[in-house]
Design a protein around this ligand. Structure first.
Ligand SMILES: C[S@@+](CC[C@H](N)C(=O)[O-])C[C@H]1O[C@@H](n2cnc3c(N)ncnc32)[C@H](O)[C@@H]1O
Length: 266
């Protein structure tokens, strides 16, 4: 896949945002991995691994008898994740540059992808590739967003404009920012059995989850400009107002609604 489909800044800045996102999502993701049956000794695939934080968790869970392959299309993030894995002494973890839409991988017992399918022009193709990368009986867990559920209180003009810009930019690139509720059906169509679903939504008042909105606005700025949806001046102003809103202790900001869905290959 051409990297220009991905609307969020890559490299170092993109990674810094993903580290915050991973901290916020950690409890919900660990919970769904557990419900889907992750256990020591498994061979796992983490697709679109970003900062690598989930891959580190998987490597610790599967332990020395297991193995984790973590893929992404961003060489900079992969290099930084490899360095961090070495610092953590994680030797059962391999970071690999691979596009899920074009590269077929070997077979795994457990596959996880979070906030990846929402960015892909062809999520069905990706799920077909994932099914082929599962051993019979292997488990698949997918977590993804529904931007229609992203809210704040009180209503805020800058927040509404940020959500509008995110949705429009993603749609212009052929992505689906509201893919969450489509996921269970896509898994069924891909031949995954015993599909289950769970809904999670992070909401914050004083914690760092409130910073995801301004951080995301900063990190989609290049794509918004390229698509001609807003000017430099407007984006700069939006980021400033979103930080102000996030730092106000009386406001609340949610993350997008997140659908978790999982099942196994028969
Ligand atoms: C929003 S980030 C999510 C990262 C991580 N899964 C998480 O939840 O923190 C999406 C990641 O998918 C990667 N990506 C985008 N398109 C991809 C593709 N076709 N194949 C593999 N990775 C891809 C991006 O480079 C980015 O690191």
């Amino acid at each position: 896949m051409d990297r220009k489909h991905y609307i969020i800044r890559g490299g170092l800045e993109g990674r810094a945002r993903l580290v915050v996102l991973s901290r916020i999502m950690r409890p919900a993701t660990l919970s769904v991995l557990d419900r889907a049956g992750i256990c020591p000794g498994m061979n796992c695939l983490e697709i679109g691994c970003g900062s690598g934080d989930i891959a580190f968790e998987l490597a610790r869970i599967v332990g020395p008898r297991g193995k984790v392959v973590a893929t992404d299309i961003d060489e900079i993030k992969l290099r930084l994740a490899r360095e961090e894995a070495a610092e953590h002494g994680l030797t059962n973890l391999e970071f690999r540059c691979a596009d899920i839409l074009t590269e077929q991988l070997e077979k795994f017992d457990f596959v996880h992808a979070r906030f990846l399918l929402t960015h892909l022009p062809d999520p069905r193709k990706a799920l077909e590739q994932v099914r082929l990368a599962l051993h019979p009986g292997g488990a698949l867990v997918v977590e993804d967003v529904d931007f229609r559920g992203h809210f704040c209180h009180p209503e805020n003009r800058s927040f509404s404009r940020y959500v509008e810009l995110y949705i429009k930019t993603a749609q212009r690139r052929g992505a689906d920012p509201n893919i969450g509720p489509r996921l269970p059906g896509l898994l069924v169509e891909a031949g995954i059995k015993a599909v289950r679903i769970n809904l999670v939504q992070v909401v914050g008042m004083s914690d760092e989850s409130k910073l995801m909105a301004p951080l995301t606005m900063e990190n989609i700025a290049d794509s918004v400009l390229t698509e001609g949806l807003a000017s430099h001046v407007e984006i700069h102003q939006l980021v400033h107002e979103l930080y102000e809103f996030a730092h106000d202790p009386t406001t609340i900001i949610s993350g997008p609604r997140v659908i978790q869905t999982w099942g196994h290959r028969p």
